[in-house]
Design a protein around this ligand. Structure first.
Ligand SMILES: Nc1ncnc2c1ncn2[C@@H]1O[C@H](COP(=O)(O)OP(=O)(O)O)[C@@H](O)[C@H]1O
Ligand SMILES: [Mg+2]
Length: 638
């Protein structure tokens, strides 16, 4: 019901001013809020209508020069407003025609006509307003229905409704286009038909769950269409209820094939990166700005021998003895004023058991895009092996220089020495032994002999002597050497333990030279054990690639024979180890020991393209000499 207080515009069309005024007064007396205009002719009426919006028109049939009915039909075409036709008494027929022409109601100017006029007007206004409102509501309902239909029809998802058996009851365009059947065909099918056979058994459960729970979201399955095309989908389903009764299931089916594929790829690449991270041999740490360890890789656990759990939260400096160096690097890395963002330095790190090792530490920073924090990335490479190799190279270099020097000196001395010896021998032949100078000349000759043997040794070390090579069994040479020195070893209370490899292939070598090497090593071992002990001599076929002792240079063959002399003697101090093969290096008393034994041995082994190395765990802990001879030399000769 439209409120009585509503302001309505009323137009009264009547050529009789008194009648019009009476009607106006009557209407205002019932509703003073009415806005009432009066027109005295059809022309005036049309003019006023074109200028204002009226809610109702009271049209008198009797207008001068005009037919009320004609005016009415003209008005109806132009304006949408209720018209109440006013006729004189006896003109009811005309009134009926007016209603046919579209008038809302009619009223006859009878004696009590003014008393019913307000009611008729109000009824007409209310009815018309209600009709207008209904039309508006209907329109907006139709519009919103259209909007939703459009939304469903053109949605990117497949939208269907099902009955409780899974039969498809309605379907949108996208679903028709995927299923590839006609709409009519689909509406006779069950959703089960499109579920890939391997997962079809899940459908009843899905429907049951929807009925039980009211909604099911994120149900993942596979759909196959008429052409056999398969997609991975996620179904969201809910119940459709009408008057409290379940009338079906609404399903929104989203094609997630691409998303799944991408997720798969992301997973794969995540896996790949994790593997990569785990397979890196260097320790990698991620630090917070206060240097506590936030994460680390597997290599870090292996290198430092701590579990990841123990390391997390610890400070990196706890794993090092060079904390100051590390701190200063970190300070630089997190300093926003310093633009250089990567540093490398050699530091000493510490394992769980306290063992220190040289490491190359690389430090850089990165911004965590998620947290906006600066994270410090530290890579630690154990460079012990590299360092050892460097030392070996330096040592090898030194030995070459020494060899050249010794060789040069020996050559220079050799000629004058021959002359000294020759002349001394001549003099001795010419002089009778009773000659007062005879003994002195003898001493000259003996000293010259000794010098000569030193010169020969020096030449041996500098590898300037030529030997004859013959295929020989190394075990046999060791046995022969031992038999020469057996007596001495027994006297000195030294027991020889032999651990020979069986079926040792023959090596092409100079047996007398190799024998000299073995003898030197046996003598040294015996001298290092003044109160006796074991000397273990072992031979084995070794493989450079698999062998821990990468003693030999890369250029050498992969297969070798390794001969080891292990004693239980006084051992070798670290400082001596580096100089042990130098000519004239000796820690023994001056006498028969020239300090040339090992340098000569070194020269001989090098001439055989092999390698010799000394190891000792320090004073009093015994010594080990390892000789490696390549098998290839022998192969070439056969
Ligand atoms: N088996 C060993 N045990 C301890 N020290 C050794 C051994 N072999 C060699 N050395 C050390 O190496 C030095 C050099 O040995 P070498 O060249 O044979 O000269 P020399 O025996 O004349 O001293 C020795 O003086 C000794 O200090
Ligand atoms: Mg010696």
């Amino acid at each position: 019901m439209i409120s009585k207080k509503g302001i309505f515009n009323i137009l009264i069309v009547d050529d009789n001013p008194d009648h019009a005024q009476l009607a106006k007064d009557k209407l205002l007396s019932t509703n003073p809020e009415y806005q009432i205009n009066i027109a005295h002719s059809g022309t005036e009426c049309l003019k006023l209508l074109s200028q204002n919006n009226f809610d109702i028109l009271l049209l008198d049939y009797n207008l001068p020069k005009e037919n009320g009915l004609e005016l009415l039909s003209k008005l109806r075409k132009m304006y949408q407003l209720p018209v109440i036709f006013v006729t004189g008494q006896g003109n009811e027929k005309i009134a009926v025609n007016a209603i046919k022409s579209g008038a809302y109601d009619y009223i006859t100017k009878s004696t009590n006509y003014l008393s019913i006029l307000p009611l008729v007007v109000e009824k007409a206004i209310t009815a018309f307003q209600t009709k207008k409102l209904q039309a508006k509501l209907q329109k907006s309902l139709e519009e919103s229905e259209e909007k939703y239909r459009d939304l469903v029809e053109n949605a990117n998802d497949l939208i269907c409704t099902l009955d409780s058996t899974g039969k498809i009851t309605t379907i949108n365009k996208q679903a028709i286009s995927f299923f590839h059947y006609s709409k009519n065909e689909i509406l006779k099918m069950n959703l089960k038909h499109f579920i890939s056979p391997d997962v079809r058994k899940n459908i009843p459960t899905f429907i049951r769950k929807t009925i039980e729970q009211g909604t099911v979201s994120g149900f993942k399955t596979k759909l196959t269409n008429k052409e056999g095309k398969e997609i991975i989908v996620e179904i969201n389903a809910s119940l459709i209820k009408q008057n409290g009764e379940i009338s079906g299931i609404r399903t929104i089916i989203r094609d997630i094939t691409q998303r799944e594929k991408m997720e798969g790829e992301i997973k794969k690449s995540k896996h790949y990166l994790e593997n990569l991270f785990a397979s890196i041999q260097d320790a990698i740490f991620c630090l917070k700005p206060d240097t506590t360890i936030a994460s680390c890789n597997e290599a870090a656990e292996k290198i430092f021998n701590y579990s990841k759990q123990t390391m997390l939260g610890k400070k990196l400096t706890a794993l090092s003895t060079d904390d100051r160096k590390i701190f200063s690097l970190i300070k630089k890395i997190i300093d926003p004023k310093i633009t250089k963002k990567i540093y490398a330095q050699e530091v000493l790190m510490k394992k769980k058991d306290g063992k220190k090792f040289p490491a190359e530490l690389q430090i850089s920073s990165m911004k965590n895009k998620k947290t906006e924090n600066t994270e410090i990335l530290v890579t630690i490479k154990d460079i012990s092996e590299r360092k050892q190799l460097q030392l070996r190279l330096i040592q090898a270099d030194k030995m070459v220089t020494l060899g050249q020097l010794a060789g040069g000196v020996a050559h220079e001395i050799n000629n004058p020495l021959t002359s000294v010896m020759g002349n001394a021998q001549l003099l001795l032949m010419q002089l009778p032994p009773t000659n007062p100078g005879y003994t002195e000349i003898q001493k000259i000759e003996q000293s010259a002999q000794r010098c000569k043997s030193i010169v020969t040794n020096l030449l041996g070390f500098s590898r300037q002597q030529e030997f004859e090579f013959q295929a020989t069994n190394v075990n046999e040479i060791i046995n022969r050497t031992l038999s020469l020195y057996e007596r001495q070893l027994t006297i000195e209370n030294i027991r020889v333990v032999k651990k020979y490899a069986k079926n040792l292939p023959k090596l092409k070598l100079s047996a007398p030279q190799i024998q000299q090497v073995f003898l030197n090593l046996i003598v040294n071992a015996q001298q290092s054990m003044p109160s006796g002990g074991n000397l273990t001599i072992s031979t084995e076929i070794s493989n450079t690639a698999s062998s821990k002792n990468k003693l030999i240079d890369n250029k050498q063959s992969e297969k070798n024979i390794t001969i080891t002399f292990q004693d239980q003697g006084m051992g070798i101090e670290k400082e001596s180890l580096a100089r042990i093969f130098d000519p004239f290096f000796s820690t023994k008393e001056v006498g028969n020991n020239t300090g040339l034994g090992l340098s000569v041995s070194y020269g001989i082994i090098k001439k055989h393209k092999g390698n010799i190395r000394a190891k000792s765990n320090g004073k009093g802990k015994g010594s080990k000499f390892v000789i490696i001879l390549p098998l290839e030399t022998e192969k070439e000769s056969l």
